[in-house]
Design a protein around this ligand. Structure first.
Ligand SMILES: N[C@@H](CCC(=O)N[C@@H](CS)C(=O)NCC(=O)O)C(=O)O
Length: 227
């Protein structure tokens, strides 16, 4: 029998603070809405290149606006975003390629769910977008994964796997899939309803997503709203 649950794929990259907001909201709603949430770690740098877009932070006024916007959103969404001291270095010089390959490796090895992918992604966001810490070095990835509950031997294996061709290709494929959905930025939610994929960009489209999938939007903290 076909499931009545709607599938939502969430494409994200931990370099993107707006993805963090979208990610936390979707994780909060995954047990509230009748949905199957599929986490889709991908590479925002590849999306920018493949779509011919430019990061919005490169336009000075947008950068200033986003700094204020993220401060307000952090409080509204209750996600501890605090921009790194040098966002340009963190986002554009250091970037997230090794981190996203690592997340894909975690996903490749995880069986029976995506708790580890969820927790490792969150720990990486905590590092770059809350604690102003590195996410490019093996030691940084290792620290994030251990905080997420993985063992030292698991982390060692995942670090090795994350530099393999298999994982590099998998990240490329996921990024290409997002581009095939006409992505130009993240977060990107692809909602599959009645055999059709509807695409939503941004962490500010949840009301519309709820309407589209026939669920109720109760704000960014559904657990608190239900009390
Ligand atoms: N309005 C969206 C903005 C999301 C956003 O700016 N995402 C960045 C990455 S952090 C991006 O990919 N932007 C591409 C663009 O704005 O063209 C939201 O509130 O979530």
């Amino acid at each position: 029998m076909a499931s009545s649950r709607k599938v939502i794929e969430l494409f994200y990259d931990v370099v993107s603070p707006y993805s963090w907001l979208g990610f936390e909201v979707m994780c909060r709603y995954r047990n509230v809405w009748n949905i199957d949430l599929k986490l889709r770690p991908a590479f925002l740098g590849g999306i920018m290149q493949g779509s011919g877009n430019k990061p919005p932070g490169l336009v000075p006024n947008k950068f200033l606006y986003m700094t204020t916007d993220l401060h307000r959103l952090a409080q509204y969404f209750q996600v501890p975003i605090s921009p790194p001291a040098d966002p340009f270095e963190a986002m554009f010089e250091k970037g997230s390629l090794s981190a996203m390959r690592f997340v894909v490796a975690v996903q490749e090895r995880e069986v029976g769910g995506d708790k580890q992918v969820e927790q490792v992604s969150r720990e990486l966001w905590m590092r770059i977008w809350s604690q102003d810490k590195d996410i490019t070095q093996p030691a940084s990835l290792s620290e994030a994964a251990m905080k997420a509950g993985l063992s030292a031997s698991e982390v060692e294996e995942l670090l090795k796997l994350s530099t393999s061709k298999e994982i590099k290709d998998k990240l490329k494929r996921s990024t290409q899939e997002a581009l095939d959905h006409r992505a130009f930025g993240f977060p990107l939610a692809v909602c599959h309803v009645n055999g059709k994929a509807e695409v939503f960009f941004g962490s500010d489209r949840f009301e519309l997503i709820a309407h589209y999938i026939g669920e109720k939007w109760m704000g960014p903290q559904p657990a608190a709203a239900k009390l």
